[in-house]
Design a protein around this ligand. Structure first.
Ligand SMILES: Cc1cc2nc3c(=O)[nH]c(=O)nc-3n(C[C@H](O)[C@H](O)[C@H](O)COP(=O)(O)OP(=O)(O)OC[C@H]3O[C@@H](n4cnc5c(N)ncnc54)[C@H](O)[C@@H]3O)c2cc1C
Length: 380
């Protein structure tokens, strides 16, 4: 018997286990594979932390709060998972709506992004070509070393007493009297608790097929390339960046001497259990095309590693954080729509508060299951 059983050891579940264990709760964290395994959305070397949310105050406030928690976690663990390298936003064409909304939204919230005209972009960031303008939020945001941070959260939870079970796929949430009574694993083990947190990433619809907000698992391709000159593609000469109207974004050298460049276009449906490291000539051709136009020195750079990762898309790209309407002791946290990682440590704290106290200081109305989602084609 546990206070809380958590299903899924991605960043959301691992952070929840961490905060609950820190508060002295008896926790089981059940994971099909292992924390930060290659198929999980949380499993990559880097996930961007950007403050610009097109004027969506709640998200920007949550980013700022999450950054403080990442820093505190790093201080406590003696690590540097959060790399505060700022974020460089670029646009190829003038007045791209999401780009301008991001810039103006930051100004409205009192941040001070530095505007860069095309000459300044060329001068400060000669890695780029055919760019109309950009802005830099210096020293705010950057990226989190995602896979290692996820694993460290699960390990920290275990050190604080959580029962972290790998190879424990939950196949049934057994109900009794309008509540979930126990989680049953494929190998027949039963885990009982007062409260259940379901943080199963793109697998969520398998466990909860009747969610009123649909969650779609989509294929997203990312690539690691060896740059011609390492220093020129390392921070501070290159911060994390995105070229908004191309949907490509990337990170300075941070893994095996490579830069990472990835495509943020919402991809085709993808079974989250599928193999990830397959070839994808179409995605590679699209990458080369982007590089030829906008990062020409990398156009022929060796691609050292590529993989497909999965977004869990809701129609409006807002998250789902709510109690299940017919099972009041179950909380679902899913649908992070390609922008959830940066918030992971904060979402874990919110879920821990909901599980332990039944309340959080954050207004979660936006993330409710009974909202009427308005479809968006990109994400916030
Ligand atoms: C290519 C790509 C780029 C991204 N870029 C960014 C970015 O720059 N910035 C950002 O903030 N976010 C980004 N994201 C989004 C972010 O990575 C996700 O929102 C976040 O990692 C979701 O975490 P999660 O814990 O919900 O899911 P996951 O990490 O997928 O974890 C879910 C876990 O649950 C386990 N599980 C599932 N079902 C069961 C079951 N029945 N029993 C037991 N265990 C189960 C799975 O094995 C998995 O380990 C990106 C995502 C992708 C794919």
């Amino acid at each position: 018997m546990y206070d809380v059983v958590i299903v899924g050891a991605g960043v959301m579940g691992s952070a929840t286990a961490y905060w609950l264990s820190r508060a002295g709760k008896r926790v089981a964290l059940l994971e099909t594979y292992s924390p930060g395994h290659v198929r999980a959305s949380s499993a990559d070397e880097s996930r961007m932390v950007r403050y610009q949310y097109r004027g969506q105050t709640l998200y920007t406030e949550m980013v700022a709060a999450a950054v403080e928690l990442w820093k505190e976690f790093d201080r406590r663990m003696g690590t540097s998972f959060y790399r505060e390298q700022g974020a460089l936003a670029l646009q190829a064409q003038p007045d791209t709506p999401p780009f301008m909304e991001g810039y103006e939204g930051l100004l409205e919230l009192g941040y001070e992004p530095q505007w860069l005209d095309s000459g300044e972009v060329r001068h400060r960031y000669p890695q780029f070509a055919n760019v109309d303008s950009g802005y830099l939020l210096e020293g705010l945001g950057g990226y989190v070393a995602a896979r290692s941070a996820t694993q460290a959260l699960a390990e920290a939870a275990a050190d604080l007493g959580a029962d972290v079970q790998t190879g424990a796929e939950v196949t049934e949430l057994h109900e009794s009297g309008g509540r979930i009574a126990r989680a049953i694993t494929r190998d027949g083990r039963a885990f009982e608790a007062d409260v259940f947190v379901i943080a199963a990433g793109p697998w969520t619809p398998r466990l909860l097929p009747d969610l009123s907000i649909p969650i779609r698992s989509t294929a997203e391709r990312l690539h690691y390339l060896t740059p011609p000159e390492r220093d020129a593609y390392s921070y501070p000469r290159l911060p994390p960046f995105f070229v908004m109207d191309t949907s490509f974004y990337g990170f300075p050298v941070h893994w095996r001497g490579c830069v990472k460049v990835a495509d943020d276009t919402i991809g085709a449906p993808f079974d989250p259990d599928r193999e990830r490291e397959h070839d994808d000539p179409e995605a590679l051709a699209k990458l080369r095309d982007f590089l030829r136009r906008h990062m020409p020195e990398l156009a022929e750079a060796e691609v050292v590693y590529s993989k497909t990762c999965t977004y869990s898309m809701t129609p409006d790209t807002d998250f789902v954080i709510d109690r299940l309407p017919d099972r009041e002791n179950a909380i679902v946290a899913a649908g992070f729509s390609g922008h959830g990682f940066k918030f992971g440590i904060l979402i874990g704290q919110i879920l821990a508060d909901l599980a332990a106290r039944g309340a959080t200081r954050w207004d979660l109305t936006r993330f409710r299951l009974d909202r009427e989602p308005v479809a968006m084609d990109g994400h916030w």
